[in-house]
Design a protein around this ligand. Structure first.
Ligand code: FES
Length: 508
């Protein structure tokens, strides 16, 4: 983990690191630099290495230690926002093609596991979409009808296999998948290294410029990387100040996990129709137990600080449906970037020639990351890509329906900017408990104040170094969250995740 990174540790992260990559110590040159070593970054590096390109991958933290390690790795080809919604904003042809991109992603993962002999417990299994207790807020019939029209394999089930509850009529999607995400990344990383490409951890992107027909990238701790092309696969793109960030919004999601007797919970994917939907899967643990993993309780980043209650509600929801679920042994949180037209942005960065981005994963981070890698690798190699136009970052996302969502989302950004003028959350540092942070007014500015476990006070400017929103304290992850585009900073102001690349300024 980064210095000062006290964010939650997922079940997947309790194992040894994906790979112990060294810090970049000398200038490098390569065909393609990939910034970010999650599912999108390492999958892109893998595809390019297979095509004979020399690739360098850098990551601000440990390799594979970002949001991919905080996912629950549902490999679902059904869209979590529903194809009936996607059809309204993009039409049936694009919805059909998007579904094909998700199928291609799961197929690709399965093929790579087989060809590279990666032991990550990949499984094919059924997925069930079940209504809420109060009845569906979304029309399952409408989703069924649209799925059948665009070629999504789906059928009705009288009941989904949930041990503690009659779910009522549900949709069954065959041939979904699941795997152990960090074991998969470890397998990819080994193959990338075997093919002569290089991985560096604790090496942050700082800046880039065009140099001849290539790209020059400055890093922290200092060495330069020169490449013919650069791919930014950093959850939220760190190379971009504004453009792409106006087309997506950051949400936080929560996960609880605990053991259940082996075989007592059916091996399926399950999710429901709540607005902040719940999502469920199991993971093999040992001869006697499986791990039941349940996510949900999402909210817009930086707009809640009641994580204990959210985790409590998640555990209650789980016990009602899975009475064999005992102790919560793991709990963690992740960030999800919600694109306004439900599909990720994968391809050439708008206005650039040799720079590519992947972002906007919504709740389909693994499948979108892999679909993005297939798209970007093909573009860099000059090959045909079926999904390039569909996922292009410069596509017009502002359809009339999507614009409504955009306007309400951007209202949060505007509201945040007015926080520069408002009062602080505390009037004095004395109000802070140990290991707690809050925003305090100091003259005309706002200061992010943190009292550490030993009582020492750390003051940083509360102004996010991306484009200037006011950060909020995240009491669960023990870090500063920026609600505008999702940057996170450690209690002492170091960047944990972008799009910000510079630490919070001094608050003294
Ligand atoms: Fe954009 Fe903070 S992440 S202003």
């Amino acid at each position: 983990m980064n210095v000062g990174d006290e964010r939650s540790v997922s079940f997947w992260m309790h194992e040894s690191p994906v790979i112990d990559a060294p810090t970049l110590a000398a200038d490098e040159s390569c065909d393609v630099l990939v910034v970010g070593s999650g599912i999108a970054g390492l999958s892109t590096a893998y595809e390019l290495a297979r095509l004979g390109r020399s690739v360098v991958v850098i990551d601000r933290g440990g390799t594979g230690n970002g949001m991919t390690a905080r996912t629950t790795a549902h490999l679902a080809t059904e869209l979590d926002d529903f194809y009936s919604e996607l059809v309204k904003v993009r039409g049936e042809d694009e919805a059909r093609l998007y579904h094909e991109s998700q199928v291609a992603a799961v197929d690709r993962i399965e093929a790579i596991c087989r060809e590279e002999d990666i032991d990550c417990q990949f499984r094919r299994l059924d997925g069930y979409l079940v209504p809420t207790d109060e009845g569906p807020i979304a029309d399952l019939q409408e989703e069924y009808d649209v799925c059948r029209r665009i070629g999504v394999e789906v059928e009705w089930a009288d009941n989904a296999p949930v041990p503690g509850l009659e779910t009522g009529r549900s949709l069954r999607f065959p041939n979904q998948g699941r795997f152990h995400p960090t074991r998969y990344l470890r397998g990819l990383a080994k193959v990338i290294l075997q093919r002569g490409s290089r991985l560096y951890g604790n090496t942050a992107y700082c800046n880039h410029s065009v140099e001849g027909d290539g790209v020059r990238i400055e890093t922290e701790p200092g060495p330069i990387v020169r490449a013919r092309a650069a791919v930014f696969a950093t959850n939220s793109p760190v190379n971009d100040k504004v453009a792409i960030h106006t087309k997506q919004l950051p949400d936080r999601t929560y996960v609880v996990a605990g053991r259940v007797p082996k075989g007592s919970v059916p091996d399926i994917l399950l999710w429901d129709t709540y607005e902040a939907y719940h999502y469920v899967r199991i993971q093999e643990l040992d001869d006697a137990h499986d791990l039941l993993i349940v996510g949900g309780e999402d909210h817009r980043s930086g707009e809640a600080d009641d994580m204990d209650q959210r985790l409590g509600r998640l555990a209650d929801w789980t016990r009602k449906r899975y009475p064999m679920f005992g102790q919560v042994e793991y709990s963690w949180s992740g960030q999800v970037l919600e694109p306004i037209d439900f599909m990720p942005y994968s391809g050439r960065n708008p206005g650039d020639t040799n720079i590519y981005i992947h972002t906007g994963d919504s709740g389909q981070g693994i499948t979108n990351g892999v679909a993005g890698s297939l798209t970007i690798a093909a573009l860099i190699a000059g090959e045909e890509s079926r999904f390039a136009d569909l996922l292009a970052p410069n596509r017009k996302s502002f359809t009339p329906t999507a614009a409504k969502e955009f306007v309400s989302g951007q209202a949060g950004v505007v509201k945040n900017l007015t926080e520069h003028l408002g009062p602080g959350e505390i009037g004095s540092e004395d109000e802070l408990e140990p290991d707690q942070g809050a925003i305090m007014r100091k003259g005309t500015s706002k200061v992010a104040v943190y009292r550490d476990k030993h009582g020492h006070i750390i003051r940083r400017s509360a102004v996010c170094t991306h484009v200037g929103c006011i950060v909020h304290w995240n009491g669960f992850e023990k870090c500063w969250d920026c609600p505008c585009h999702g940057s996170q900073f450690s209690p002492d102001g170091q960047v944990l995740s972008g799009p910000a690349v510079r630490p919070l300024a001094s608050g003294d």
